[in-house]
Write a protein that binds this ligand. Sequence first.
Ligand code: GDP
Length: 329
Amino acid sequence: KSRLDIDVEELAGQIQDGSRTSLARGITLVESNAEHHFQKAQQLLEKLLPKTGNAIRIGITGVPGAGKSTFIEAFGTYLCNLGHKVAVLAVDPTSSLTGGSILGDKTRMETLARNPQAFIRPSPSGGKLGGVHRKTRETMLLCESAGFDVILVETVGVGQSEVIVRDMVDFFMLLVLTGAGDELQGMKKGIMELADAVIINKADGDNVAKADKTRREYGRILHFLQPATKGWETKALTCSSLYGTGISDIWRLISEFEHSTQQSGVFAERRRLQTKEWIHSMIMDQLQFSFFHHPDVKTLLPKAENEVISGSRPVAAAVDELFKAYLGL
Ligand code: GDP
């Protein structure tokens, strides 16, 4: 009998009662690439859905070395001390390609990991059915149903992962380093336009004055960019994750953001759009899965590939034949 061969009803109850073991087991179910686990995971989510949606979802990105894990350790501990329950998830853009991980390997956030009010989960790997995107979103829902009211989703600033995380959170912050004069010039405008706040980390010791200068530079630039959230002017703040300074200001800013976007309706509207986008991307995933697992497609595909590679058949004609087989035409 497999470890995941479980009673969904019972598991849902245990997760809502706050059992961490059950939450971890639920997440393992959601992350599994096995078809029968997928069905079970969906049943589980359906049971838990009424309990979801009540957390503030916060995305955090930045280059390696910016201080993301140090920041999350400080910020998460601060929030736990305020009485919040904090779940930390990661989206590792490399894990689906290599099976390896740039976020999960080193021992990180040791203090937070021991905090009974915190829950840390490394990035899932991709696999066939939907990949990291779906798994992280579903894990987020499981955490919410377990009573976690702050969800932190961390990602490294590589390629598409910021956009993926932006699409699943309410508030998105970019962690940067001081003395970024040149870096600032070269920094992709695109990523700054995803952010609701730019946090200049490591504002401590000799670095304080430089950090403040960097903050003003960012402030100037942000002023001319498209804001990520309608009606919200993206702010630049400094903090020291190592010494804990500025951490409370960041939380105050997020609370302000939540309040003002709730009032204006932008908060709910973003969640609606995100859900719609999620449906569409799931449809794409399912279509892809069902196509490549169709028995006729599986039979015809190797032959079609060979014909195209050897130059005896145009690509579009081969694809057309495969789709006809898939649709039973
Ligand atoms: P990540 O790769 O973005 O997760 O960055 P880490 O959190 O691993 O931090 C990279 C390095 O910067 C580590 O040596 C940290 O100790 C250091 N660091 C992180 N935050 C601060 C800070 O606020 N002040 C100082 N002085 N160092 C920091």
